[in-house]
Design a protein around this ligand. Structure first.
Ligand SMILES: [Zn+2]
Length: 486
């Protein structure tokens, strides 16, 4: 049986991982844990894109070889995945500087070439030496043929490159976008980009312009330029082409990308797969960006939010909670410390933390901590439906509805009064429903808050409530003022 396969975009290894990469990892891990909880065998691929001029330049500026530079960055990506509590046994990492990746990419190039999809052509256009990149005619004209960043006139340059015949597959790419891209409004934007047909793309550069990369097979004068090297990672990491294991995983069930790189995954990548005679990914999930107080996050504005700082101060589940629930899954979202602490104290500490501690304490008081007579919980079918549809924020909203209902049930039933007036049947029924509901909530939370879900399970998952009940989310006011107590 085919295994469930989720991929994350491989970030460019010219800097430490940022919040965008953390979002890719978080979304992927939620979906991975959900699939595993459903009983599916699942794999998540992560990796880093380690070739290219910018890596080579940064390395040179540090007095390092490019390989030394990317090797030193790798532990930062690994640490980010650990801090985010990704489900490690089901994760496979690929680096584009891995020898095995390079050998597989060369074979992929050869196969695309044999399929008649690669041709050589001379590219002529405006070029900025400082940027080391070609500028399209219309953009060059708009900037008056002077590079804004380098304040230097653009040069007219021509060079020989290899091209991938993406245009050949326009009809199939359109079909792919219509069926696989989520959300639909992103699909419409992508269709608009190719309304006049998909364009062929340059897939190599002369070696004197781009040294740090995989050489083009059979042509020492050319080096692969990003696409075939980087996009192939989703295949090489599962063994394609020579290791038949890839057949257990391909096609990918969900590919997760940020909106900035959606077009490459929606247009160039399908063309490559079609050229290789492979099936296309079943879903391409495109998420937005994180703003801070409505402004774009940037180093120069000094408003960069570090996932590691949030995790170190509030715990990993607090990070996972805020970014899964309070960032709309398919749109740009906003972070401020005020919003974050309001969600932490109001929702995690109050709604969830209080529910768990009050029900645990009542179970000890009114049931002597004996849960042996309580039937197992129902499944959360509505939450599952949202997760199947990749609506992560809506899915966790749905779990929260159950938490709020359970809190209201406690307030309405007032078990302490039932105990006082000796209504023991009513009290037993009330407690039984509460424990059963909390077990269900723990299951619903599992993909989102794995640590918290396990803690709740330790309290309510067996026949006996443990002696000490941990406080799930101790209140914290590190960035906002603590409300004054009466
Ligand atoms: Zn420039």
């Amino acid at each position: 049986m085919k295994k469930f396969y989720i991929t994350t975009a491989i970030p460019y290894a010219n800097a430490k991982p940022h919040i965008g990469t953390a979002m890719d990892y978080l979304y992927a891990d939620i979906l991975l844990r959900y699939q595993i909880a459903q009983g599916n065998d699942a794999l998540l691929s992560v990796g880093t894109d380690e070739h290219g001029t910018k890596v080579a330049e940064k390395a040179a500026a540090n007095g390092q070889s490019p390989q030394e530079f990317v090797d030193e960055l790798q532990p930062h990506f690994e640490m980010m995945r650990q801090k985010l509590d990704l489900d490690f046994p089901h994760i496979r990492n690929v680096r584009t500087t891995d020898e095995q990746h390079a050998r597989r990419v060369e074979e992929i190039w050869r196969r695309l070439d044999q399929a008649g999809l690669i041709y050589k052509d001379t590219y002529e256009g405006w070029y900025c030496v400082g940027c080391e990149s070609f500028i399209p005619e219309n953009e060059a004209r708009a900037m008056n043929f002077i590079c804004n960043d380098h304040q230097k006139p653009l040069e007219k340059l021509s060079e020989d490159n290899y091209y991938l015949a993406v245009s050949k597959y326009t009809a199939k790419i359109r079909e792919f976008i219509k069926t696989a891209v989520k959300p639909e409004f992103r699909g419409r934007e992508l269709l608009d980009l190719i309304k006049d047909g998909a364009k062929d793309v340059s897939i190599s550069r002369p070696v004197d312009k781009l040294e740090w990369g995989i050489p083009v097979p059979g042509d020492e004068s050319q080096v692969m330029y990003v696409w075939i090297d980087a996009l192939s990672n989703y295949l090489t990491v599962i063994g394609y082409p020579e290791n038949d294991e890839y057949r257990d995983f391909w096609p990918a069930d969900i590919e997760i990308v940020g909106k900035d790189i959606a077009r490459f995954h929606a247009i160039i990548w399908p063309a490559m797969l079609l050229g290789l005679g492979l099936e296309l990914p079943r879903q391409l999930m495109i998420h937005g960006f994180i703003n801070v107080g409505g402004a774009k996050m940037s180093k120069s504005l000094g408003n960069v939010v570090s996932p590691l700082e949030i995790i170190d101060e509030y715990g990993v589940d607090a990070f996972r909670y805020y970014f899964a629930r309070h960032i709309p899954t398919f749109e740009d979202g906003d972070f401020t410390w005020e919003k974050f602490e309001a969600a932490y104290n109001g929702e995690l500490a109050n709604d969830l933390g209080n529910l768990v501690s009050r029900v645990a304490n009542m179970a000890k008081k009114y049931m002597a901590g004996d849960l042996s007579s309580i039937a197992d919980a129902n499944s959360m079918s509505t939450t599952s439906a949202y997760l199947d549809n990749l609506q992560l924020a809506t899915a966790i909203d749905d779990v929260w509805l159950q938490i709020q209902r359970a809190n209201k049930f406690v307030d309405d039933q007032k078990p302490w009064q039932l105990a006082k007036t000796g209504e023991s049947d009513q009290l037993a029924a009330t407690m039984s429903k509460l424990v059963s509901d909390i077990r269900m909530i723990a299951r619903g939370l599992l993909p989102f808050l794995p640590e918290t879900s396990a803690k709740i399970d330790e309290i309510f998952g067996s026949d006996t409530v443990p002696d000490t009940i941990p406080i799930l989310f101790p209140k914290k006011y590190l960035h906002t003022e603590e409300p004054s107590r009466k």
